[in-house]
Design a protein around this ligand. Structure first.
Ligand code: TNX
Length: 512
């Protein structure tokens, strides 16, 4: 009798749920398909999380969800607890055996009054779906709710998968160094908006930031400078592995970049035999570019690069190695092309696919190499003619280090000012004539760090713009609309505040 009473009580609460509209929720990126059923699932301490099957990777996703629910609501939900009772409401994370959807990040959510079913063919898909679920939990603080109240999650169905396979941001840790904790915080934020890659620009004229055991002076000498004369810093290989593992738990791939043959002053300062510009090397703490180059005609230089690519590849599980290739203004054209083609072979030897800034397309390289477009449309077109894939990172739209406007505190403006709407309003598939969806691996928003020295400054430039880039990479053109996005991004304020993110409070947005 008692059980029935408890059950009746629960039903009563369910019947009293206010009308909801799943389609109007503040999800970013906007999911592919949403069908609202106007009721709600009540999340409370009687909710349990189950996985089917109880595999290691699914269990980890469920535990991550439990940890995040605790972070959002303070509720402590158990995962796969056999002693849960039949009256408990369940969040079930279910691995589908076979599915028509071959996209490994696809997921479906079915939210009803008594259950939430998150299904996906891979744990990665389930992880992306968990972010959607997190975004549906109302931002109510635990102490304002009475014991019988719940966090109401609007009911309905969502079927979702990304428009582009590659959705990332880049962090320049060479101009100014950012430590492991900073990078982890950035990873957490990218994961919440379903990004899946973080490209680390590890070397430049001003600093070398990754330990290479066979060439210790790279970090001993090359690691101790930065823009403005600060102390610099570097990641030991253990630090780097820590970042890689942390990102992997959130299904984010780390892409290491060693920029060459230009942007190499710090490496040549450590090992002068590398230098090819004929000048005496001094530490570089300014922000001008284009003066340095490796000596492209020495075999010892390639022996050095072989060690660097090998050591980094050994601790990089992801498929890519970024070899830079931009702004090599003092390298002769023929030398540059010869260099890139040799580096491509070294990268392949260590089973990685080379990514390079768009200048690399003039070299004789394998079509599996990827060109990252940043400013030269002709280069991007050549890449496509050669059968290479392209990553879009247009300076005028995707560069997070461009100032918002003339009064922006940080940033540069060589590619223009990029207010929040300008960063969002563009269509990757139509950005360069002749470059269509099938040629585009995805999009990336780079954050160069000449003008920023700490996390607060980083966040000022990255947020909210990077949230828009996350939606540009995931959501289809039909599902994107500035007026609608503007409201959803304004409603990110409670989450960003809770994450202690010092976002730029753009006046274009009505912040909640
Ligand atoms: C151009 S984008 C560069 C970087 C600078 C950036 C500043 C690219 C491939 N090269 O060296 O940091 O502009 O916005």
């Amino acid at each position: 009798v008692l059980a029935i009473t408890a059950c009746e009580q629960k039903k009563k609460k369910i019947i009293d749920f206010p009308k909801t509209d799943l389609a109007k929720e503040n999800m970013i990126p906007k999911p592919l398909k949403i069908n609202a059923t106007n009721s709600a699932f009540g999340l409370d301490q009687n909710t349990v999380i189950h996985t089917s099957p109880d595999s290691e990777d699914l269990h980890a996703v469920a535990q991550y969800l439990s940890d995040k629910i605790k972070w959002h609501t303070q509720l402590d939900l158990v995962v796969n607890n056999m002693s849960s009772s039949s009256s408990d409401r369940v969040i079930l994370i279910k691995q589908l055996e076979g599915s028509d959807n071959t996209n490994n990040e696809a997921y479906e959510l079915t939210i009803s009054q008594d259950s939430v079913i998150l299904s996906a063919t891979t744990a990665e898909g389930a992880f992306r779906g968990v972010q959607t679920l997190r975004q549906l939990i109302p931002e109510i603080s635990n102490d304002t709710l009475s014991d019988t109240e719940m966090w109401l999650i609007p009911s309905g169905e969502i079927a979702d998968h990304p428009n582009f396979e590659y959705r990332g941001s880049m962090l320049d840790v060479a101009r100014h160094f950012f430590n492991v904790e900073d990078v982890k915080k950035y990873i957490d934020l990218l994961a919440y908006y379903k990004m899946n890659t973080l490209h680390l620009h590890l070397t430049d004229d001003q600093g070398w930031r990754i330990e290479i055991k066979s060439w210790p002076k790279l970090t001993e000498i090359g690691g101790s400078s930065e823009v403005g004369g600060g102390p610099g810093g570097f990641y030991t290989q253990e630090d780097y592995k820590d970042i890689v593992a942390y990102a992997a738990k959130q299904y984010i791939t780390i892409i290491p970049e060693v920029d060459m043959p230009g942007h190499t002053n710090a490496a040549s300062l450590a090992y002068p035999f590398l230098n090819g510009n004929g000048k005496k090397i001094e530490p570089h703490t300014g922000i001008e570019v284009g003066f340095s180059t490796f000596d492209t005609r020495k075999d010892t230089v390639y022996a050095f690069i072989d060690d660097v690519v090998r050591e980094i590849s050994e601790i990089t599980p992801g498929p890519y190695f970024h070899a830079g290739g931009d702004e090599s203004l003092v390298t002769k054209k023929a030398d540059f092309n010869y260099f890139i083609s040799r580096v491509d072979k070294i990268v392949k030897k260590y089973n990685k696919r080379m990514i390079g800034w768009d200048e690399i397309v003039h070299a004789d390289i394998d079509t599996t190499a990827i060109a990252q477009f940043w400013s030269n449309e002709e280069n991007a077109k050549i890449a496509v003619e050669k059968g290479m894939k392209v990553i879009l990172a247009p300076g005028k739209k995707a560069y997070l280090d461009m100032k918002y406007d003339t009064v922006s505190q940080y940033g540069l403006h060589w590619a223009g000012y990029i207010p929040v709407d300008t960063a969002y309003i563009w269509t990757p598939e139509k950005y360069i004539k002749g470059i269509n969806k099938e040629h585009i691996l995805g999009i990336e928003a780079p954050l160069w760090s000449e003008t920023i020295t700490n996390m607060e400054e980083l966040e000022y430039l990255a947020f909210p713009r990077v949230i828009g880039h996350a939606e540009l990479g995931w959501s289809t053109e039909e599902n994107r609309n500035w007026e609608d996005y503007k409201v959803r991004v304004g409603n990110q304020a409670p989450y960003l505040d809770k994450m202690n993110v010092k976002y730029y409070p753009s006046k274009l947005i009505d912040w909640k």
